[in-house]
Write a protein of this length. Structure first.
Length: 362
């Protein structure tokens, strides 16, 4: 029973174990300059982790038991375990994989000791197994949904593309800023400075409309106004346009590639916008994003359908934050029913090492 439960416990602890920092010193010898390292292929049945000193009474949940108190994990077995715990499909570096292997060995050693100490008979063991099983079922169901919706039909892709065509537009917008206030001497004849800036903005706008480079024009603006600060970037994030005043948005959206707006008097100064280019991704170019969007949409809908039909009643006498004496959770310190252990099942504990056993009550 303990051996079969070890994998479930590891599934719960894996996200925490994967976050453990890599060792400060690597045992891999340095590679001489000019001699690139060549990774040798490792066969699926080749041992990748060999654990000495563990003598399980039964076959371990992962790995092969030998007669000399040694447990061997092959590449196929270890990669299968990593695939089982990698519910978020995040990539693992070799150092992270080694860290996972080291953490699993630690759990194997502790599980072996716990089995010999009769930990399976402790009520806390079954309580932890119940919580671990519930979380494992929920996480695997989420992964099943991700796999299920990972390959939408051509019709779904086509419909999403047509209904969200604006999402696949690629627009390049540039801007020339003519400050109407001297940023270093704001009180030095402000009306005169603003008049000069307004006249300059009209001249710059005409030059921009004739096709002159906006980067050079922006530099000319600061030089003409005698500003010593660095001119701003001319590239504008298209997403930011939605936060501009409505009349400015309308002028920008009315542009054709190569055209410029009139001089826009805004709080930042006198601005001239140019639509550098505008194109739309083809459906084949947009397919990866469409697949991700549809997958996320369908997974969210399925999760909402599963959780939306659940109704919960909480005993407010128990959960009342104004309770003078907090309710006492039964069980020993560090047990599954203590707040710390419950948090450890769903995430990292504050300052704790998930590979370290809970403190034993005195």
């Amino acid at each position: 029973m303990a051996r079969k439960s070890l994998l479930i416990c590891f599934l719960v602890a894996a996200p925490l174990l994967a976050q453990q920092p890599a060792p400060a010193h690597s045992s891999v010898p340095p590679v001489a300059p000019g001699a690139p390292a060549v990774a040798q292929p490792v066969a699926p049945d080749a041992p990748v982790i060999t654990v000495h000193g563990i003598c399980p009474a039964e076959k371990p949940s992962i790995g092969q038991k030998t007669e000399s108190c040694t447990v061997v994990l092959t590449r196929a077995q270890f990669e299968g375990m990593v695939h089982a715990i990698n519910l978020s499909n995040q990539p693992f570096t070799p150092a992270a994989l080694k860290g996972l292997g080291s953490s699993y060995v630690t759990l194997m050693a502790l599980a072996d000791a716990g089995e010999k100490a009769g930990a399976e008979k402790d009520p806390r063991f079954q309580e932890q197994m119940d919580v671990a099983r519930t979380r494992a079922l929920a996480e695997v169901y989420r992964q099943i949904l991700i796999d299920k919706y990972n390959n939408p039909s051509q019709e779904e892709v086509q419909n999403y593309y047509q209904q969200n065509l604006s999402q696949f537009e690629q627009t390049r917008i540039e801007r020339i800023l003519v400050p109407k206030v001297n940023p270093t001497h704001s009180q030095d004849k402000p009306a005169e400075f603003e008049k000069k800036a307004r006249e300059l903005a009209a001249q710059i706008r005409e030059r921009a409309a004739k096709g002159e480079d906006l980067f050079s024009l922006q530099a000319d603006v600061y030089k003409t106004l005698g500003l010593q600060t660095m001119p701003p970037q001319i590239e504008v994030n298209p997403v930011q346009v939605r936060f501009y005043p409505k009349p400015v948005q309308d002028d920008i959206h009315a542009l054709k590639p190569g055209e410029v707006t009139k001089v826009e008097a805004e709080a930042s100064g006198f601005n001239i916008y140019k639509l550098r280019s505008q194109s739309t991704l083809t459906i084949d170019q947009a397919r990866p994003q469409i697949v991700r969007d549809l997958q996320q949409k369908n997974v969210d809908a399925a999760l909402k359908a599963a959780t939306g039909k659940v109704h919960t009643d909480f005993n407010e006498d128990f959960f009342n934050p104004r309770t003078v004496q907090p309710p006492q959770i039964h069980g020993a310190v560090g047990g599954v029913n203590s707040p710390t252990r419950i948090h450890a099942v769903g995430g990292s504990t504050s300052g704790g090492n998930p590979a370290t056993p809970a403190a034993t009550p005195k």
